[in-house]
Design a protein around this ligand. Sequence first.
Ligand code: AMP
Length: 201
Amino acid sequence: MKICVFCGSSTGNSEIFKTEAIKLANYFADNDISLVYGGANVGIMKVIADTMLGKNKEVIGIMPQHLIDKEVAHFGISEMIVVDSMAERKEKMVDLSDAFIALPGGFGTLDELSEILTFNQLRITDKPLGILNVNGFFDYLIKFFDHAVESGYVREEHRNNIIIDTDVDNLLKRMKAYKPLSMGKWIEDIVEEAKNGDKEI
Ligand code: AMP
């Protein structure tokens, strides 16, 4: 099994971010899970990759050439897949991986996480997405998810499809039990809503 981890190219300013990334890598190593990630040799990305490599576990990096040229690539990993663009990188991450986990990070992490949220919503993929909410890091984003539901922009079932946990073991246990959402009739509902909206105008 391969799990793709989205995480910071920085380490963050608290030791706990590192500690939890190491915990996750150890879980992967102990359960024969390969790591797919952005391929960098910096930040939490490096921490998780190095922990896996220290236990002789498979680490697959996916990186656009322009980032390799900036010398942030990790040259000690099992395999580096070089792509032409950030968009192609995400596509490869999605193709290769059975599941996704977001750890604390910045805009890059948010971008990757959002891609899976949207793909799962549209059923382009139906793979589990977990968020490890280390030290309340994602509290504001989770508030946004709930606010978006309350405001009528996100369907409750899509919001509830995101697996959020503060504990590595629990998160992985819940991800294993993941059942893909059926498409339901939400696209039909949206079309109907649009038609009614037109009538009101
Ligand atoms: P960020 O959260 O902004 O630090 O970005 C980290 C995420 O975006 C990772 O999951 C990477 O796939 C990608 N990324 C952003 N910056 C870099 C970088 N300098 N090197 C490699 N990957 C990066």
